[in-house]
Design a protein around this ligand. Structure first.
Ligand code: NAD
Length: 498
């Protein structure tokens, strides 16, 4: 592993960009300070230094944002789908023009290497393009009832004002994955980005403004008090939908709050993805897929492979090969050339990752490379490979959210499936095999919302993203994504020929 020391100072390009990022709340088409004057510091995880200070919403600001979303709701719902589509398409174009700025901003506040931030701009942007194409395809159906006495008309309508709560790990994509389908469907939104990475969402609100999104359709309220700002909005009967991406723990709290008004919800929650390597796999491809599925985003992805289940006959070769590759990884500030793994988001994440590795080691696991936090400024953790991980260790059962590749051997297919499914989560899974029938058995047998079959990256705007079990409810992306923001209405009318 090569460690690159974080640059001490923010360079001129970074300063210039930060000066152009809005620092206010975006409510009703206006940039405003918080009513109570609250502020929020946003730091660079690779240095710990404050990048900028922005307004922090208080509960009244939150309700004002909901007022704005409600005031704009009827007009936006009546805006022709073609017009909504053109605005989203324009937003995608503007994002392409500003892609380098967005990539740098994502890297600065979240830490991922610049090339990965560029990848996020592409991925996040695709939701704008995809849903601009879906906005004009909201169709219904017309049918004759079985008795032949009536006609059934099924139509879809915008659900109404939505609260969108996003996490810090993909500051752009988690926002566009919700905002784009909501706007395509004709809904207005209040967006509450994560307090650790709110700058990208604020900068993106500028794109939406410039693309012609009318005032009040999108409102953005960063806050350092998520709970006290979100709860009164969720309690408001005018809110019609809550879409949340984040931890299962917080998702459960929000589901309880949403139950009070029987609010429509979409929940994109945590994962504990198994990555299965069978002895018939193309091992070169499995190693490449493993590195992508584990170390992209420093392992801070809900789809990150969490448990590598490897058939015993190939476990030594697989472990040796990944350990050699991980050992050579370059760690550093994401803005530096050649960096492959950036910092973790904060000191809490480093402490959690260290504790998980320590627990596994105390139960007999072997650290092949890495294993520790890195000294110096910033919140870096060495890319790590751990073998012989006992299935009862926390490392096996917990969502790691860090750059730790943990390997557990298995003997046969039944054991692999049993281990893979032995979790309350069910977001993503990965399988490497050359046996088509086995691949199909995995597709049917694994309890997961998404499966990478000989593929280490699965996210795509055209596909339905989401989990089963405690990984969530609903889907984002794909043709399914827009329906999270539509209600279904059925109209009965008599047979017109009688
Ligand atoms: P988190 O649950 O701590 O926070 C997510 C968001 O909820 C943030 O905006 C936060 O400010 C807000 N929040 C926290 N407590 C709240 C409360 N009581 N009321 C209202 N809002 C509250 O999660 P995180 O640490 O930001 O993100 C990491 C988690 O997100 C991981 O578990 C990861 O798997 C999950 N995630 C899931 C997906 C998915 O699509 N399934 C995608 C990305 C991340």
């Amino acid at each position: 592993m090569t460690i690159t020391s974080p640059e001490a100072s923010v360079d001129a390009a970074e300063r210039d960009l930060l000066e152009r990022v809005p620092t206010g709340l975006f409510v009703g088409g206006r940039w405003t300070p918080s009513r109570s004057g609250g502020t929020l510091d946003v730091a660079d995880p690779s240095t710990g230094r404050v990048l900028t200070t922005i307004a922090s919403a208080d509960p009244e600001d939150g309700l004002a944002a909901l007022d704005a979303a409600c005031a704009a709701a009827d007009d936006w719902a009546r805006t022709p789908p073609r017009r909504r589509a053109e605005i989203l398409r324009r937003a995608w174009e503007l994002l392409q023009e500003r892609r380098d700025e967005f990539a740098l901003l994502i890297t600065l506040e979240m830490g991922k290497p610049l090339h990965e931030a560029q990848g996020e701009v592409t991925y996040g942007g695709e939701f704008l393009r995809w849903f601009s194409e879906e906005a004009v395809r909201i169709t219904g159906r017309y049918g004759i009832n079985p008795e032949g006495t009536g006609r059934t008309i099924v139509s879809h309508h915008p659900v109404g004002p939505c609260l969108l709560i996003t996490p810090w790990n993909f500051p752009l994509a988690m926002a566009t994955r919700k905002i784009a389908p909501a706007l395509a469907a004709g809904c207005t939104v209040v967006v509450k980005p994560a307090e650790l990475t709110p700058l990208t969402t604020l900068f993106f609100a500028r794109v939406l403004e410039d693309a012609g999104v009318p005032a009040g359709v999108v409102n953005v309220i960063p806050t350092n008090s998520s709970k006290t700002v979100s709860a009164p909005i969720i309690a408001e009967p005018r809110l019609r939908k809550l879409s949340f991406t984040g931890s299962t723990e917080v998702g459960k709290v929000l589901l309880r709050q949403a139950a009070e008004n029987v609010l429509r919800t979409s929940m994109e929650l945590g994962g504990n993805a198994p990555f299965l390597v069978f002895e018939d796999a193309d091992l070169d491809a499995a190693v490449e897929g493993a590195l992508l599925a584990k170390f992209r985003n420093s392992g801070e992805a809900c789809t990150a492979a969490n448990r590598f289940l490897v058939q015993r006959s190939v476990v030594r070769e697989f472990s040796d090969r990944v350990a050699a590759r991980v050992e050579a990884m370059r760690v550093g500030r994401g803005t530096e050339q050649g960096v492959q793994v950036g910092p973790l988001i904060d000191a809490r994440a480093v402490a959690k990752t260290s504790a998980l590795v320590a627990d596994a080691v105390s139960r007999g696991a072997e650290v092949r490379t890495g294993g520790d936090a890195l000294p110096g400024e910033g919140t870096f953790f060495a890319p790590t490979v751990v073998t012989e991980v006992p299935a009862d260790s926390d490392l096996f059962r917990t969502e790691i959210f860090g750059p730790v590749l943990s390997i557990v051997p298995f003997d046969d297919e039944d054991e692999a499936v049993r281990l893979a499914n032995g979790t309350e989560y069910g977001l993503a899974a990965y399988v490497y095999t050359r046996d088509l029938a086995r691949g199909q058995r995995m597709m049917e047998g694994l309890e997961t919302g998404m499966l990478g079959l000989n593929a280490g990256v699965i996210s795509n705007a055209s596909a339905p993203f989401g989990g089963v079990k405690q990984s969530g409810l609903g889907r984002e992306g794909g043709v399914e994504g827009i329906h999270e923001y539509l209600t279904t209405k059925y109209t009965m009318t008599p047979d017109p020929t009688i």
